[in-house]
Design a protein around this ligand. Structure first.
Ligand SMILES: *Cc1c(COP(=O)(O)O)cnc(C)c1O
Length: 341
């Protein structure tokens, strides 16, 4: 791969490994284990002496590695580790980096399962958590302490679509030697490069835009080689959050069209949000691409486009919302992110 490749080129070609057959489409290495010519080779591989060789699919697999290298190339990350779901990625990044006695500062507006880990599980293992208003940098500054080990946030929150200033939080975290972990699912790797903005670790649920067709669960954690290999990998490879090779192949194919899909979805979102804003039956239309959004200027600064999701607050409470959902003609009533486009 060349560094001069454009993101769209990386999404198709980066990370490909061809077998001796020269296949066009990447092979699915549907294997748990690997064989060795001699006992000495086996021993050397287990001692990690061979470069880039595989020993067991919980640790790594060639198809999974292609997916990791392709998304790392897109994100500009030194390394990546793929996981069975987005939550396995969140769990892996947080639990591998933290220990009893550490302090965490987290944005309040979190996806339900992320909130469960931060609010319920971390304290159970002796990690103290302070929740802040993510959009308020003064709140982050007030909450951070000398023993703060990690800051956690969703760059664009699910489903309230709050936009958090990544560079601002990164500066506060780094002044205190804390790690900034960003769940970048809603912002997407196409519209927001959180590592370049100052995040240390970036997480994706590949289940969402990366698959993009509603087929498989998957996730990935990206960061420095040091974090991925020394902190994350020992935790994940022994606790079993590995991505299946078949799902990795689906995600690889998803990456090939990720840029096209995200741009088309964001363009549709802006068009729909603009058309619906001010409608008599709507309390609010929430989309960071609208000038009425509280963090519109920040979204315009740190994102190329304002994302692929818009939120509507309907008048008439639950009955109004249900009437609206039941009247939808083409849009599916579902709880997954964009899976038809
Ligand atoms: C969906 C989602 C996750 C979890 O991903 P799964 O693949 O469903 O485990 C984490 N964070 C955010 C923001 C999400 O939208």
């Amino acid at each position: 791969m060349s560094d001069s490749w454009k993101p769209k080129t990386k999404l198709v070609h980066a990370g490909s490994r061809r077998s001796q057959y020269g296949e066009v489409s990447e092979a699915i290495f549907l294997t748990q284990g690997f064989v060795y010519d001699t006992a000495e080779t086996a021993e050397a591989r287990f001692d990690n002496l061979g470069k880039d060789e595989f020993i067991y699919a919980r640790y790594g697999n060639p198809t999974v590695r292609m997916f990791e290298e392709r998304i790392a190339a897109l994100e500009g990350a030194e390394d990546a580790f793929a996981t069975a779901s987005g939550m396995a990625a969140v769990n892996g990044a947080l639990f591998s980096a933290l220990k009893a006695g550490d302090h965490v500062v987290s944005a309040k507006a979190l996806f339900g399962s992320c909130l469960y880990i931060v609010e319920n599980l971390l304290p159970r293992f002796g990690v103290e958590v302070t929740f802040v208003e993510g959009t308020d940098l003064m709140d982050w500054r007030a909450a951070i302490r000398p023993d703060t080990k990690l800051c956690f946030l969703e760059a664009l929150s699910n489903p309230t679509l709050e936009v958090i200033d990544i560079a601002g939080v990164a500066e506060i975290a780094h002044e205190n030697d804390a790690l900034l972990v960003v769940d970048n699912v809603f912002a997407t790797p196409i519209f927001q490069r959180s590592l370049a903005l100052g995040a240390d670790v970036v997480i994706y649920s590949a289940t969402k835009h990366i698959d993009g067709h509603g087929r498989c669960l998957g996730g990935v954690v990206l960061g420095t080689q040091d974090f991925i290999r020394k902190t994350l990998e020992p935790y994940l490879k022994h606790t079993g959050g590995a991505l299946s090779p078949f799902n990795a192949w689906v995600m690889l194919k998803g990456l090939e069209t990720l840029d096209l899909r995200c741009h088309a979805q964001a363009d549709s979102c802006l068009e729909i949000a603009t058309a619906l804003e001010g409608h008599a039956k709507l309390e609010r239309t929430i989309y960071p691409g609208l000038t009425s959004h509280a963090q519109h200027a920040l979204a315009a600064k740190q994102m190329d486009k304002a994302g692929t999701v818009l939120s509507l607050v309907l008048k008439g409470g639950q009955a109004g919302a249900f009437r609206f959902l039941n009247a939808l003609g083409i849009i599916l009533i579902s709880n997954n992110l964009p899976n038809r486009w």
